[in-house]
Write a protein that binds this ligand. Structure first.
Ligand SMILES: *Cc1c(COP(=O)(O)O)cnc(C)c1O
Length: 213
């Protein structure tokens, strides 16, 4: 099994479950030589969780192949916002007013329109990133109406040791209340369930590349 053959198998499975679901190939920690076969196969959506790593790994490649979409799926610190706006096309982890304002400012400076998912802390875990449930609706409205950010959907990361159904349902409900069409949910171990609950963007790493060290 190679990353490409794993990817092709998953792609077939996903397309049979839903015609609306995109696969984000999560390439964090993996070397560009491991990723190349999937790029050459024609896949365009890749996920990274660290700005610095993404910049080093992808800058040359995206310059040569501007159709590649890079998705930031990890926490973003405001001092990395400028670099993030430069290299990424999608940010899945928008979760504070402060960050939203900084990103708005940075993307205007270079006249780039990033597409955002707002991360919601559906499990209400204190250590987890994501906007609190009780203020999620207000924050979504703020980003759309006050900042005119292009908010395309919501993202969540359910607790690893729990059945995810409840959290996926909750995220879907908030998206419907706010007329948001996209849901970034589901990883290697729960993407089939996530698709059943309406995921439009599954983020898959280890099932393609193997375990990360
Ligand atoms: C690493 C990561 C993934 C991919 O996880 P796998 O279990 O390897 O598929 C998806 N989403 C986020 C936010 C991640 O950090």
């Amino acid at each position: 099994m190679t990353p490409l053959s794993n990817f092709i198998k998953i792609r077939k499975e996903v397309s049979e479950l839903s015609i609306n679901t995109k696969i984000i190939v999560v390439s964090k920690t993996f070397d560009i030589k491991d990723i190349y076969p999937i790029i050459n196969y024609g896949h365009l959506d890749f996920g990274e969780n660290r700005v610095q790593e993404a910049k080093l790994k992808w800058s040359n490649l995206v310059a040569k192949n501007p159709s590649i979409n890079l998705h930031l799926i990890g926490n973003l610190q405001s001092n990395k916002a400028k670099d993030a706006v430069n290299i990424f096309n999608f940010i899945h982890t928008l979760s504070s007013e402060k960050l939203a304002k900084i990103l708005k400012n940075e993307q205007e400076k270079i006249n780039k329109k990033i597409k955002y998912f707002i991360q919601v802390n559906v499990s209400e875990e204190s250590q987890k990133n994501g906007i609190e449930l009780s203020i999620a609706n207000d924050f979504i409205k703020f980003c759309i109406h006050d900042l005119s950010l292009q908010i395309i959907g919501l993202m969540c990361l359910p607790p690893a040791n729990d059945i995810p159904d409840f959290y996926f349902t909750k995220l879907k409900k908030i998206s419907l209340e706010n007329n948001l069409l996209n849901l970034s949910m589901g990883m290697s171990n729960d993407y089939v369930t996530a698709i059943r609950f309406g995921s439009t963007h599954v983020r898959i790493g280890s099932k393609i590349f193997g375990n990360r060290n």
